[in-house]
Design a protein around this ligand. Structure first.
Ligand SMILES: Nc1ncnc2c1ncn2[C@@H]1O[C@H](COP(=O)(O)OP(=O)(O)OP(=O)(O)O)[C@@H](O)[C@H]1O
Length: 268
C-alpha cells in the first residue's frame, strides 16, 4: 500500500545530541497510525518535523510521493493539520473564533469567511461536543474543554493529513473515547492519514491500525498494531512488563511492573 505521508531517513540534532536518528515512518490514507514510546523518545519531535515546524538535518517528507509545499505556506496548511501537545493558549478569543481560525488556509487573502466556512465550524463544534462553549473565552476553559476546542480547530482545516500529539492526555474517559472515535472516523470515512501520539496502549490497541514505536530517537518497531504491541521491543522500550488480554470484546494492555534492566530498545 502506498503511504500518503512518508518521512524518510529523518535526523534531527540539537547540538551534538540526535533527537531523531534515521527515522523512516509511513502514514497511510484511511488509517490511524499510533506513535508510541516512552517520555523523551522523540514522538513530539517527529510530529513537529511532519508539521514543518522543525527542519531535519537529513531526510525528506513526501505527500503522495511529492515534496510538501514550504512550511508556513497556505498550501502546506491545507495539506497537513497539526494538533500540538499541551494546548497552551493566551489569547482572549471565544472558542468559536478560535475554531474558525482553522479555516484561514481556505479563505482567500483579504477575503471573508463564507457559509461553507461557518458550516464547517458548526460541524466541528458538534462533533467535538464544544457547541455549548461557543461564546466562552478559550483561555478560561478547562484543560479538557480546551483540548476539544483545539481539536475542532484542526478538523475544520479539512486536511488530508491530521497529526494529533497526545490529543486525549487531558480528557476524561468518555471524551477520550469520543476523540478516538472521531479520529478513527476521520481516517475511515474521510480517507485521511491520521497520526496520533498516545501513551495509553489500550487505546492504541483498540484504535490504531498500525504503530510506530520510538525510543531514543530511533524506530524500534513499526507495522500492524498487534505485532508491535506483543513484541519484546515494547517492554524493552518502556522498561515495563505489560499484561495483555481481551475484556468485554476489546483489547486491554496494562503495565504490571517495572523491569530491572535499563529501559531501551534502541540497541536492539
Ligand atoms: N528544542 C529542544 N532543545 C533541546 N532538546 C530538545 C528540544 N526539543 C526536544 N528536546 C529533547 O528531545 C527529546 C525528545 O523530545 P520529544 O518532545 O520529542 O519527546 P516525546 O517522545 O514527545 O516525549 P513525551 O512523551 O515526554 O512528550 C527529549 O529528551 C527532549 O528533552
Amino acid at each position: 500500500m502506498t503511504a500518503m505521508l512518508s518521512a524518510r531517513d529523518i535526523t534531527v540534532r540539537i547540538g551534538p545530541r540526535p533527537l531523531l536518528e534515521s527515522v523512516t515512518a509511513h502514514f497511510h490514507a484511511g488509517q490511524v497510525t499510533g506513535v508510541i514510546g516512552p517520555n523523551g523518545a522523540g514522538k513530539s519531535t517527529l510530529m513537529r518535523v511532519l508539521a514543518g515546524l522543525v527542519a531535519p538535518e537529513t531526510g525528506a517528507i513526501t505527500l503522495d510521493g511529492a515534496p510538501l509545499p514550504p512550511p508556513g505556506s497556505r498550501a502546506r496548511a491545507r495539506r497537513v493539520g497539526y494538533l500540538p501537545q499541551g494546548h497552551e493558549v493566551h489569547w482572549p478569543l471565544t472558542a468559536r473564533r478560535t475554531i474558525a481560525l482553522g479555516r484561514m488556509p481556505h479563505i482567500p487573502a483579504f477575503g471573508t469567511p463564507g457559509e461553507r466556512d461557518s458550516a464547517a465550524v458548526d460541524t466541528a463544534m458538534n462533533r467535538t461536543a464544544t457547541a455549548h462553549l461557543a461564546d466562552a473565552r478559550v483561555d478560561t476553559l478547562s484543560g479538557g474543554e480546551r483540548a476539544r476546542v483545539m481539536l475542532a480547530r484542526v478538523l475544520v482545516t479539512e486536511t488530508p493529513v491530521l497529526l494529533a500529539d497526545e490529543p486525549v492526555a487531558a480528557l476524561d474517559p468518555y471524551h477520550a473515547l469520543a476523540v478516538m472515535d472521531l479520529l478513527a472516523e476521520e481516517a475511515r470515512a474521510h480517507r485521511r492519514a491520521v497520526a496520533v501520539v498516545l501513551h495509553d496502549l489500550t487505546l492504541a490497541a483498540r484504535y490504531c491500525d498500525s504503530l510506530i514505536l520510538i525510543d531514543g530517537g530511533r524506530v524500534c518497531a513499526a507495522g500492524p498494531a498487534e505485532p508491535v504491541l506483543t513484541s519484546g521491543a515494547l517492554s524493552a522500550a518502556y522498561g515495563v512488563r505489560f499484561a495483555r488480554g481481551v475484556l468485554d470484546g476489546g483489547a486491554v494492555i496494562t503495565p504490571i511492573h517495572r523491569l530491572d534492566e535499563e529501559p531501551s530498545c534502541s540497541l536492539n
